[in-house]
Design a protein around this ligand. Structure first.
Ligand SMILES: [Zn+2]
Ligand SMILES: [Zn+2]
Length: 345
């Protein structure tokens, strides 16, 4: 081999090594292992404290408006003990192009709600719903009380270890309070939360589970998306599921406004809204305000509604009257199945 050939060989080898180094440096970190270390001088438990400390606001039960928790804007701290904690950011790219075969029925099981439905289950203030779709099992919110959540799951024969993803709509305890108990019994889901959640909360969850901060329109699994963080005061995300019937929008407490959330879902996914389920947060609204909101639902072409949690009795009754057969009575233990042909009651 002549001089030129030798130099060419050396250059190719060096280029290969550089490519190898570049690839290794872009590999995502593995999910954080369960810690056994200490935080300062305080021994750290291997499971989360129950309930999480510092997150004690509830969605309003009565006329008192929600007390906002102090969100921590910006990046997650990675200093000190949080070096074991992994918080990932979702891609900024809107992922609405994910294809969905949509051959599987969507099943929504309300596991936690203050409205009674299945008498075997405990009704308590808060919201959680299990979503199974396209071979994936996701828990949207976790209710306010771990034992009540786990008890309701047990009553329905649902194994907590089967929960693959948890989506937290917002920081209020009646939606996040059951997460610690779920992780304590061995569930290891990916936890999707808002970038504005307090850093302490993210750190605590990140010690046991993989934590992902959501972005608008992000795909969480096949056919299941998030609106991303919405609202100015109490920030919240809603779930958007693409089905053959149209979009299914699931809200925790709808603090940013239920009409605004539906509009965001339509804007992101450019599809008709088939069903809206969850808390609509209309307890303190007047009859005329509720009527305007229902009119907004009709104008946006929402086909079916299943209001519960913080919607309020008056608003639920008005939706039932307006929607008739397309009103779905929702409460703890209610199972809603969306077949390609529509809701199976
Ligand atoms: Zn709330
Ligand atoms: Zn709530």
């Amino acid at each position: 081999m002549n001089g030129y050939g030798q130099w060419r060989g050396i250059c190719i080898a060096l280029f290969g090594i550089l490519i190898l180094i570049a690839c290794q440096s872009t590999v995502s970190p593995e999910p954080t292992p369960v810690p056994t270390g200490t935080l300062g001088t305080t021994p750290m438990p291997t499971t989360l404290p129950l309930p999480f400390s510092g997150v004690d606001s509830l969605c309003p039960v009565g006329p008192t408006p929600c007390a906002p928790t102090a969100p921590t804007p910006g990046a997650v701290s990675t200093s000190g003990s949080s070096s074991r904690t992994s918080v990932e950011q979702g891609s900024d790219e809107i992922s609405t192009s994910v294809t969905t075969s949509a051959t599987q029925p969507l099943t929504i099981t309300i596991l936690y709600d203050n409205n009674a439905y299945d008498e075997r289950l405990k009704a308590a203030w808060g919201f959680a719903a299990l979503v199974t779709y396209q071979h994936r099992t996701l828990l949207f919110d976790t209710g306010g009380d771990g034992p009540a959540l786990l008890g309701n799951m047990r009553a329905l024969g649902i194994d907590p270890a089967g929960v693959e993803d948890v989506v937290l709509s917002h920081i209020h305890k009646d939606h996040t309070g059951g997460l610690g108990a779920l992780l304590a019994v061995g569930a290891r889901p990916v936890v999707y939360l808002l970038p504005s959640f307090p850093a302490d909360f993210k750190r605590q969850v990140g010690r046991t589970a993989r934590v992902v901060e959501v972005t608008p329109g992000q795909a969480l699994s096949e056919g299941i998306f998030t609106t991303g963080e919405m609202g100015d005061r109490i920030r919240e995300q809603a779930l958007v599921i693409r089905t053959d019937c149209g979009l299914v929008v699931m809200t925790g407490c709808a603090h940013p406004g239920i009409v605004q959330i539906i509009a965001r879902a339509q804007e992101l996914f450019d599809a008709p809204v088939y069903l809206v389920v969850g808390g609509f947060h209309l307890r303190n609204k007047s009859k005329s305000e509720i009527a305007t909101i229902i009119e907004g639902f009709r104008q946006m072409g929402v086909r079916k509604v299943a209001p519960c949690h913080c919607t309020g009795d008056r608003a639920i009754a008005m939706f039932a009257s307006e929607y008739g057969d397309d009103f779905i009575s929702a409460g703890v233990g209610r199972i809603i199945t969306v077949e390609p042909s529509g809701v199976e009651r």
